[in-house]
Design a protein around this ligand. Structure first.
Ligand code: CIZ
Ligand code: SF4
Length: 303
């Protein structure tokens, strides 16, 4: 089957099985083009609750498909690449949070959506990079634990100095390794460019940026800006939408390392197979699902 035939088959199977394809902004362009909805994890989880499809094919990584399943337990949620995980999400687990809670029962836990169902179940509320500051601000407590991303945590801390945020030592292997010297080099090369970065980048990089935000916020910022050149400090997948929506503007990737290999495990071929064989189905144990749902629902109500 060539690529065009595969795309046609995917379209046919989608109709036959009443399936939708949700794709994250970090997915490869071919997948963004065939997806019904492309967005960040906040938008995709909102869409997962709205769709009346029977099957959700989630083009992204495991925690995203799992969140869709938590929110839509009666739908079949499929992850086309069974081993597409998020190393950052694996840097914290439910057992460690249980120990923390025994030790500090009065300190609430806010978890980044990049986390497992177990971690969401042990947390008081969830957040994404689009709503993290708003969520933490809404907490009545002055002190809280933020897991797992230390960089997003310290970014939130800077925005909300009146609260004390205990950081976890997690990080995104893709964003964290960008060096601040790469910002200097990129600015020298493109002196008129604005530097837009994700808060998962380390503090040295974030402090040199003109704008810090989630993928959707970066895309919105570039769409609205009168500037014509941008240096993009997040996963390369976002370049597709940025260039498509702004043919008159120039976008350069801040660092050649900004590729998440887990996000690149999804291909047209495994999406096709996901639809044919209805694989790989995401399941979440009911007790954990109920508790995790509480964290996600609280977040969605505030978003
Ligand atoms: O929240 C998301 O979707 C992630 C992981 C990145 C972003 O900022 O969109
Ligand atoms: Fe995880 Fe980083 Fe990949 Fe996002 S870009 S899925 S945080 S490893």
């Amino acid at each position: 089957m060539n690529e065009n035939e595969m795309i046609q088959e995917i379209e046919r199977l989608k109709k036959e099985k009443n399936a939708v394809i949700l794709a994250h902004n970090y997915q490869i362009p071919e997948i963004q083009e065939i997806a019904d909805i492309v967005g960040d994890s906040l938008k995709l989880s909102q869409e997962a609750t709205k769709t009346d499809a029977d099957i959700i094919v989630f083009s992204g990584v495991h925690f995203m498909a799992e969140s869709a399943k938590i929110l839509s337990p009666h739908k079949k949620v499929l992850l086309p690449a069974y081993d597409a995980g998020c190393p950052m999400a694996d840097m914290v687990d439910g057992d460690k949070l249980k120990i923390f809670k025994q030790e500090y029962p009065d300190i609430p836990i806010v978890c980044y959506v990049n986390s497992s169902a177990e971690v969401k179940a042990e947390s008081d509320i969830c957040c994404t990079s689009s709503n993290a500051v708003k969520i933490v601000k809404s907490m009545k407590e002055d002190k809280l634990l933020f897991v797992p991303d230390q960089n997003l945590g310290s970014y939130i801390q800077k925005q909300i100095p009146e609260k004390e945020i205990i950081l976890w030592e997690g990080f995104c292997i893709t964003h964290h390794r960008v060096k601040s010297i790469e910002v200097n080099v990129a600015k020298k090369k493109h002196p008129d460019a604005l530097v837009l970065v994700h808060p998962e980048c380390n503090e040295a990089v974030v402090s040199k940026a003109d704008f810090v935000g989630s993928t959707s916020e970066i895309i919105d910022y570039a769409n609205r800006s009168e500037n014509k050149t941008f240096i993009i400090g997040t996963e390369m997948g976002v370049l597709h939408k940025l260039r498509k929506e702004n043919p008159d503007k120039k976008f350069y990737l801040l660092s050649p390392g900004l590729t998440c290999y887990n996000m690149k495990k999804t291909t047209l071929e495994n999406i096709y197979k996901a639809l044919v064989f209805e694989q790989y189905e995401i399941k979440v144990e009911e007790e954990i699902r109920n508790k995790a749902l509480h964290s996600l629902t609280r977040m969605l109500e505030l978003s």
